[in-house]
Ligand binder design. Structure first.
Ligand SMILES: [Zn+2]
Length: 423
């Protein structure tokens, strides 16, 4: 699987560059509206949703399309196609959902470019169309963009896709960067990771180090923001007699909320990677989550309904994606493994699968009467992951007393994941 990272750069622009980019993004708005107009017409006459490809034809009929590269106008058409598709889906459940609206005609839109050449990490050449160059009497063949990246550009990365995004008084370049396959580490140990509800991450390595990341604070934050959102939303709905669902304050609030969560998740995955490097981990194995969403009723793991609700808000795929690219920076490979049967039906210590001997005790503890082991259920789960990956019958590093080494517990304090020993 190819790995990508994204980066944002501020474009250093003189008057001419600024004019050229402004014109292109103004045309992007124009083409977006043209496609939207076409889509509305199709919908009104046929009751069908046009595809992005249908809309490409509409855009092609506009004389503005020749002012931007092919990829740019195609993308405008597909943007509208996708917006209509999601509206169509939404209105099946919400009859009041409104179809996508026109953009203000003076508004500048962001646009994609695929005709570009990379000179070095900080310089990209665009090829404006001859129509555009003629229009504003641009004398050169190419337009050179000087870039200031917000965060360091990945060493082994190649820019694959760029989007020019208008800001107040300047432009940004958003890049999708393909990371070249690193030389994966050959020596070292394996760490298994379990992604759970109460504990977003529980990890165990071959030496028996166990780390538990407690999610309580993040989850209560999530709940708080969701509640606040619902409160403000109903307030807005009441004030506008149900006409409006969203408001500026609401958008600002949910942005603030999601930023907090994002921050905590980034620090969590950073912490995991830091420990992997310290402990000479070569490979990390994580439960494959594709099975979780398979059941339509939302069941799938041993979570109750309430936790499932929270779970949907918790961006688990994001956690996996972050681990994947951050580990790759250190040549550590992330592998996915089917996690069926690794959670509660098996004792990771002795491999016992006899249900009459396995019990879930209080507060998420797992008890095996076969080997007399009691431990955190998530730790048992991750133990099973590790055992399965290493093709063992049971955990190899346990002392005769049947106790694991004391797990390290990390809690989010709003800024950092702080380690505390307990349990
Ligand atoms: Zn056992």
């Amino acid at each position: 699987m190819p790995r990508y990272e994204s980066r944002v750069a501020r474009i250093d622009s003189d008057i001419t560059t600024f004019r050229l980019l402004s014109r292109m993004s103004w045309i992007a708005t124009k083409l977006y509206n043209t496609a939207l107009w076409g889509a509305k017409e199709t919908w009104d006459y046929t009751g069908k949703i046009p595809s992005g490809f249908d809309l490409q034809k509409v855009v092609l009929a506009s004389h503005f399309h020749s002012f931007v590269p092919a990829h740019t106008y195609q993308h405008c058409a597909h943007q509208v196609g996708n917006a209509f598709k999601s509206w169509f889906k939404l209105r099946k459940t919400d009859r009041t959902a409104r179809p996508p609206g026109f953009r203000n005609k003076e508004e500048l839109s962001s646009f994609m470019v695929d005709a570009f050449k990379i000179i070095d990490t900080n310089t990209i050449l665009l090829t404006p169309t001859s129509e555009l160059k003629q229009e504003i009497s641009y004398p050169y063949k190419k337009l050179s963009l000087r870039l200031h990246w917000n965060t360091a550009f990945p060493e082994n990365g190649r820019i694959k896709q760029i989007e020019i995004v208008p800001k107040k008084g300047y432009f940004e370049l958003h890049a999708k960067i393909l990371l070249l396959e690193p030389e994966w580490k050959q020596d070292g140990q394996v760490m298994a990771i379990d992604l759970g509800m109460r504990n977003p991450i529980v990890s165990m390595d071959e030496y028996g180090n166990v780390d538990i990341y407690k999610g309580g604070k993040i989850l209560s934050n999530l709940r708080y923001w969701n509640k606040e959102k619902a409160r403000v939303q109903s307030e807005v709905m009441g004030r506008t007699k149900g006409k409006k669902k969203s408001s500026k304050a609401l958008r600002k609030m949910s942005k603030h909320g999601s930023q907090q969560i994002k921050h905590s998740i980034h620090s969590m995955t950073n912490k995991v990677v830091e420990l992997c490097v310290q402990r000479n981990v070569r490979e990390v194995v994580v439960g494959d989550l594709t099975g979780i969403k398979k059941n339509k009723d939302g069941t799938g793991k041993n979570w109750n309904k309430k936790s499932n609700q929270n779970w949907q808000q918790f961006p688990i795929q994001q956690v996996v994606a972050q681990l994947d690219y951050k580990l790759a920076r250190h040549s550590i490979l992330l592998k996915k493994q089917d996690e069926r049967g690794t959670s509660k039906g098996r004792c990771s210590q002795c491999g016992c699968t006899d249900r009459s001997k396995l019990h879930r005790a209080h507060r998420g503890m797992f008890l095996c009467l076969n080997c007399n082991t009691i431990r955190n259920a998530d730790v048992n789960g991750v133990g099973n992951q590790l055992v399965r990956y290493l093709r063992l019958d049971g955990l190899p590093f346990i002392s005769s007393s049947g106790c694991l080494a004391q797990p390290s517990v990390y809690r989010w304090d709003g800024h950092l994941w702080k380690g505390v020993h307990e349990e």
